[in-house]
Design a protein around this ligand. Structure first.
Ligand SMILES: Cc1cc2nc3c(=O)[nH]c(=O)nc-3n(C[C@H](O)[C@H](O)[C@H](O)COP(=O)(O)O)c2cc1C
Length: 206
């Protein structure tokens, strides 16, 4: 099958992308609105960009129905701060609750029962249940497309990492303790319990 995105339905192109780019890690992003309302939402168009300095990127898209902007993007542009919380299986359901498209007045911490804990350097709260939190300051937003399902790239510098001592040793994270999961197409998620190693040619094990 050959797909020309110029003529295909945007929703089908989206389906193609979320089925092809798999599994995707999930940034569970905490922000604060200009009025001080807490917001929490998951984003799986998410990756690391730089380690020196540490910079991450994720993409809030325009809403499919009306091309509206997501609260997360509005909040980050207003306050220039956010926290990326790493998700673990034990609070997958609560993360999912925060993906409903609520109005900006809704505090998803309250709604999901997840616990806010004060960050050290930024105003948005961290998620206490998350084993790894990254306090971020906005570097840049690149608005790629304002169309429905169009996206923006949010680049954030990690000012501080918080890592649960129980799952880190010599800067290595134990995935059996972290229990991360990734998003696939549709409603499907992937665990990371079936793993294999490949040593890169010319490199020793890292
Ligand atoms: C696991 C998961 C991953 C998601 N990834 C994205 C994403 O990468 N980009 C996006 O725009 N929406 C994504 N969504 C949908 C948003 O979480 C949803 O639109 C949410 O209501 C946005 O909240 P906000 O308006 O408070 O920012 C995802 C939802 C789930 C459940």
């Amino acid at each position: 099958m050959v797909v020309d995105p110029a003529t295909a339905e945007p929703l089908n192109v989206y389906k193609l992308m979320i089925g092809a780019i798999v599994p995707r890690p999930i940034a569970f992003v905490s922000t604060l609105s200009a009025d001080g309302v807490r917001n929490l939402a998951p984003f799986s168009f998410f990756t690391g960009v730089s380690a020196n300095p540490p910079v991450i990127a994720f993409s809030p898209m325009r809403r499919a129905a009306d091309g509206g902007r997501k609260d997360t993007l509005n909040n980050i542009e207003a306050t220039r701060e956010f926290v990326v919380n790493v998700v673990s299986e034990e609070f997958a359901q609560k993360m999912n609750m925060c993906s409903e498209e609520f109005s900006p007045e809704v505090d998803e911490f309250q709604l999901s029962g997840l616990t806010p804990v004060a960050s050290d350097l930024v105003k948005p709260a961290r998620v206490a249940e998350s084993h790894i939190n990254m306090e971020c300051r906005l570097v840049q937003v690149v608005h790629v497309s304002p169309k429905p399902l169009g996206g923006s790239i949010v680049l954030g510098e990690v000012l501080r990492f918080h890592v649960d001592d129980a799952l880190i040793e010599n800067f290595r994270i134990d995935p059996d303790k972290l229990r991360p999961f990734g998003r696939m197409g549709g409603n499907t998620y992937a665990r990371t319990t079936d793993r294999f190693d490949l040593i890169r040619p010319g490199k020793t094990q890292r």
